[in-house]
Design a protein around this ligand. Structure first.
Ligand code: S3P
Length: 425
C-alpha cells in the first residue's frame, strides 16, 4: 500500500478496543459463571483467534460488531477440544491459554503461524513445569506447537526473569487450578490488566510492588466490560499528529493505565504537545481523550523500568526519534527481539531504507534524528506494529513509502489505513 506524504492532519478519531483487555475478557468470561457482555471488543485477528479457541473448548460466544457475549461455564466447565487450538499470530492467546489448559482434566494442543512457532515458550514452560504441569514443545524444543496434558498443579512463588504480562498472567491463571497460593514477582511491573480484571470477576488476588498473588479455586462471575481504546493503537495517531506540520487530532477514549502509558511519558520528554482531557474510569481502567498537536520533537533516552510500559510502542517511538532533533537511545529492550518479528532488526533496517541514521544494539537501538526521510519499500516482516509505524513515517517522508503486506495491520487494527487516511487532507 502506498502512503503519500501530507502537510495537514486534522480531526477526531475513536480507536478500537484494547487488544490485551479484549483477550482477557474472553478468557475470564469463559471461566466465569453466567454471561459476560463485552462492548468495544476488538475484532482484530488476534482476539478472534482467542474466541475460536474457546469455542473449540465448548464455550458459546455470540459476536456482533463491537460487542460480544460469552456464555461462561465456570472454572471447571471447559470441554476437551476436538482439534488443535489455533492461536494464529497471537502470543497472548498461546501463553495465557497454556496456563489455563495446564490445570484441566484433558489434553490439548496449541499451534499458530510461522511467527508464533519461532517465539520463545520456555518462559512459560519453566514455571508451569515447576507447578507440576505436563507441557512440551515440538520435538523436544521450547517452541510451538505445544502439547498440554492436564495435571494436578501446586502453588509456587515464581521469580520471573522477564517483565512480561504474558508470563505473569499464564502463571496466575494456572494458579486458579493449583492446590495453594501462587505468586509471581517480576523485575519491573508489566501491564496489570489480568490483576485488575480477574479481581473484578471475583478472584482473590493481591498486588504489592512487582509481585501479584492469587488464591486457587475462585468462583468467578460474569461481568459487563467496556473495553477502553487501545493506547498501542492510539500511538500511531499520537506520533502522526506530532510529526505532521499542520496537525491537531483529538483521540477519544484511550486507556491510560500507568503500566501502559510510557508512550505519553516518552513523548513528553521529547517535547510533545499532548493534553489529557475528560479523565475518567471505565471498567476499572483509567481512560481519557488525548488532544495532540504538531510539535518540534527532541531526542530522549528510553530505558529501565519504563520499557515494559511502552514495549509495543517502540516501533513508532523509533519513527518519532528519526524525525526528532538529536540522538535517541533505547536500551534494556532485548524483548524486542522476540516479538512478532525481531523488532530491533525490522525497525532499524526499515529506518535505514528510508535514509535515517539508525544503529542496532544488543538491547535496543541508537537513532540520530533530524534527517529528511525518503521513499522506500517497507518490509514489515508480517509484523502489524512495524507496518503501522512505517505508515506514520511515510506521512512525512519525501515521496511517502510503500508498505508491503500492509494488511498484516489487521492483527490489531483492521481499519487502520482507512482511519489514518480520513485525517489527511
Ligand atoms: C501483552 C503483553 C506484552 C505485549 C503484548 C501483549 C499482553 O507481551 O508486548 O503485545 O496482553 O499480556 P509480553 O508479556 O511478552 O511483554
Amino acid at each position: 500500500m502506498l502512503i503519500t506524504p501530507t502537510h495537514s492532519l486534522k480531526g477526531e478519531i475513536h480507536i478500537p478496543g484494547d487488544k490485551s483487555i479484549s483477550h482477557r475478557s474472553v478468557m475470564f468470561g469463559a471461566l466465569a459463571h453466567g454471561i459476560t457482555e463485552v462492548t468495544h471488543f476488538l475484532h482484530g485477528a488476534d482476539c478472534l483467534s482467542t474466541i475460536s479457541c474457546f469455542q473449540k473448548l465448548g464455550i458459546t460466544i455470540d459476536t456482533a460488531p463491537g460487542c460480544i457475549r460469552i456464555h461462561g461455564k465456570g472454572l471447571h466447565g471447559l470441554r476437551p477440544p476436538a482439534s488443535v487450538l489455533d492461536v494464529g499470530n497471537s502470543g497472548t492467546t498461546m501463553r495465557l491459554m497454556s496456563g489455563i489448559l495446564a490445570g484441566q482434566p484433558f489434553s490439548a494442543a496449541l499451534n499458530g503461524d510461522a511467527s508464533i512457532q519461532k517465539r520463545p515458550m520456555k518462559r512459560i514452560i519453566t514455571p508451569l513445569r515447576e507447578m507440576g504441569a505436563d507441557i512440551a514443545g515440538a520435538d523436544g524444543t521450547d517452541c510451538a506447537p505445544l502439547a498440554v496434558k492436564g495435571a494436578s498443579l501446586h502453588g509456587i512463588h515464581y521469580m520471573s526473569p522477564v517483565a512480561s504480562a504474558q508470563v505473569k498472567s499464564c502463571v496466575l491463571l494456572a494458579g486458579l487450578y493449583a492446590d495453594g497460593e501462587t505468586s509471581v514477582t517480576e523485575p519491573s511491573l508489566s501491564r496489570n490488566h489480568t490483576e485488575l480484571m480477574l479481581a473484578s470477576f471475583g478472584a482473590e488476588l493481591s498486588s504489592s510492588g512487582t509481585t501479584a498473588t492469587i488464591q486457587p479455586d475462585a468462583v468467578l462471575n460474569g461481568q459487563k466490560i467496556d473495553v477502553p481504546g487501545d493506547i498501542s493503537s492510539a500511538a500511531y495517531f499520537i506520533a502522526a499528529a506530532l510529526l505532521v506540520p499542520d496537525a491537531e487530532v483529538l483521540i477519544h477514549n484511550v486507556g491510560v493505565n500507568p503500566t501502559r502509558d510510557g508512550i505519553l511519558r516518552a513523548a513528553k520528554a521529547m517535547n510533545a504537545d499532548i493534553t489529557r482531557l475528560n479523565e475518567h474510569e471505565v471498567s476499572g481502567e483509567p481512560v481519557c481523550d488525548l488532544l495532540v498537536r504538531s510539535s518540534s520533537l527532541t531526542a530522549t533516552t528510553i530505558e529501565g523500568g519504563m520499557i515494559p510500559a511502552l514495549i509495543d510502542e517502540i516501533p513508532v517511538l523509533a519513527v518519532m526519534a528519526a524525525y526528532a532533533d538529536g540522538t535517541t537511545i533505547i536500551r534494556d529492550a532485548a524483548e524486542l527481539k522476540v516479538k512478532e518479528s525481531n523488532r530491533i532488526e525490522t525497525i532499524v533496517s526499515n529506518l535505514k531504507r528510508m535514509g535515517a541514521d539508525a544503529e542496532a544494539t544488543d538491547d535496543g537501538m541508537i537513532i540520530r534524528g533530524g534527517r529528511q526521510l525518503h521513499f522506500a519499500e517497507i518490509d514489515p516482516h508480517a509484523d502489524h506494529r512495524i507496518a503501522m509505524a512505517f505508515a506514520v513515517a511515510a506521512l512525512c517522508a519525501q515521496g511517502g513509502a510503500e508498505i508491503c503486506n500492509a494488511e498484516c495491520a489487521s492483527v490489531s487494527y483492521p481499519k487502520f489505513y482507512e482511519d489514518l487516511i480520513s485525517l489527511c487532507s
